[in-house]
Design a protein around this ligand. Structure first.
Ligand SMILES: [Fe+2]
Ligand SMILES: [Fe+2]
Length: 153
């Protein structure tokens, strides 16, 4: 491939990656809003353990957002300031299901983003996305374990 054609292809791949990272960033902001809101909204007996559980997630998600915003700027993009939408629930099972599904969607997005980063030889980003996948997988698995509570069925 001629160098100039390769350059144009790399530029459009990079733009696609930046656009994807902005979707990820909007969803990390949404995740921190979701866990903040759910920690406030949860009531009943489950509040005793779910409030601290939700609160603990907030720090992780904000950390992810910070990393992504930095990386978008480093790659020459403009980081979004608009979070993805967060559905409000007061029912414990709905909260946990919403959060679990959001974590799974995030894992799927990061798998795709990791491949995009690898194609552009962005090794640090690809490696960091693996760490994010580990964090989100732990979040998803914890939520699944909470959802397996027989009182929620
Ligand atoms: Fe996250
Ligand atoms: Fe998460």
């Amino acid at each position: 491939m001629a160098d100039n054609i390769r350059k144009i292809k790399d530029d459009s791949q990079l733009q696609e990656l930046i656009n994807g990272l902005n979707v990820d960033l909007a969803n990390e902001y949404a995740a921190s809003i979701m866990y903040t809101t759910y920690s406030s909204a949860v009531s009943g007996l489950s509040r005793a353990y779910l409030k601290p559980f939700f609160e603990d997630e907030i720090t992780d998600e904000i950390g992810h957002a910070k990393y992504l915003a930095d990386k978008i700027v480093t790659l020459g993009g403009v980081p979004t300031t608009v979070p993805a939408e967060v559905p409000y629930h007061t029912d414990v099972k709905k909260m946990l299901t919403e959060a679990r599904d959001a974590e799974q969607d995030t894992i799927d997005r990061y798998e795709k983003r990791r491949k995009q980063a690898e194609e552009l030889n962005l090794t640090e980003l690809a490696t960091k996305l693996e760490d994010l996948i580990t964090d989100e997988t732990n979040h998803r698995d914890e939520l699944n374990r909470l959802l397996s509570d027989s009182r929620l069925s």
